[in-house]
Design a protein around this ligand. Structure first.
Ligand code: HEM
Length: 264
């Protein structure tokens, strides 16, 4: 299963061009959903107004090389390793899911656009990347869903409580899971079952990419921008117009040790 390009196998039923149009359609839905989301929330407008305001209270003018170094450090830490989530399970689960999804999407695009026409020969590398990406997404995503979600971890709600905010993670998991089972049933020769999972794979992709406006999908674009702005504001001393940390010892009394902080 891990060595087989499921899109190539599918090309005997669905023309490669249809699969390519589907991917382009998904991409357009992400662009459209994100634009509508930014218009509705006015977050990009707020972001630039805030950055302009913060610039006025800057204590130092950052040179080009200092700015570049702050941005590169942000990419390497805040973005590439989601350092905002601290050290621990939350960050590990996110990194697994994030890189898993990136690998899964990248391999899907390569296999559909380059290796899904009859007679093409898929290098074994890409099916591996696709399957491993889907497995990483499932490990990180299910870990987050069952154990780490704030409303389960901190607010003692049961894992099966579903709210609108779960749309993104659930659609992402549905895509990775149905994709894996589709590939498994296809490579085991279970034709009818594989068609059922192909159908579920298509539906979950439509929900994931079509639901950008309602889900947390666009955080993958907003978070990097916000992290860069925050670190630049720290470097130029404007600190987003926030006061500096108190210059006093951290004395919270013994009560602070009774329980790990987890009630956000
Ligand atoms: C392909 C890229 C990404 C994927 C697939 C992804 C996936 C996810 C998922 C599934 C969640 C859980 C959403 C929920 O609360 O229901 C999440 C939350 C989060 N993501 Fe991402 N993400 C991506 C990129 C990023 C980037 C680039 C950053 C930061 C620079 C980031 C920061 C966060 C943070 C801070 C949370 C909240 C985590 C928590 O509540 O434990 N993500 N992400």
């Amino acid at each position: 299963m891990l060595k087989i390009n499921p899109f190539y196998e599918l090309s005997s039923l669905v023309p490669s061009l249809v699969m390519q149009i589907f991917i382009i359609f998904m991409l357009l839905m992400v662009i459209f959903g994100t634009i509508i989301d930014t218009i509705h929330k006015k977050n990009v407008k707020y972001f630039f107004l805030n950055a302009k305001k913060a610039k006025k209270s800057a204590k130092v003018k950052l040179s080009k090389s200092k700015r570049t170094s702050v941005i590169l450090k942000t990419i390497a830490s805040d973005i590439a390793t989601t350092s905002e989530l601290g050290f621990g399970k939350r960050r590990l689960a996110h990194v697994l899911g994030m890189y898993g999804t990136i690998l899964f999407w990248l391999a899907s695009a390569v296999m559909v656009f380059k290796y899904s026409t009859p007679g093409s020969n898929t290098p074994i590398f890409w099916p591996y990347v696709w399957h491993i990406g889907a497995i990483m997404t499932c490990v990180g995503g299910y870990w987050f869903w069952f154990f780490l979600r704030v409303d389960v971890y901190s607010e003692a709600n049961p894992w099966y409580r579903v709210i609108k905010a779960d749309l993104f993670v659930l659609a992402l998991l549905a895509c990775a899971t149905s994709g894996l089972v589709w590939s498994l049933t296809q490579s085991s020769g279970m034709e009818k079952t594989s068609l059922l999972f192909l159908f579920l794979f298509v539906i979950s992709n439509l929900i994931l990419f079509g639901g950008v406006y309602w889900s947390k999908f666009a955080h993958m674009f907003y978070k990097p921008g916000a992290a860069i702005q925050k670190n630049l504001a720290e470097a130029d001393g404007s600190r987003d117009n926030l006061p500096p940390p108190a210059d006093a010892p951290e004395q919270f009394g013994l009560g602070i040790k009774r329980e790990q902080p987890k009630h956000y």
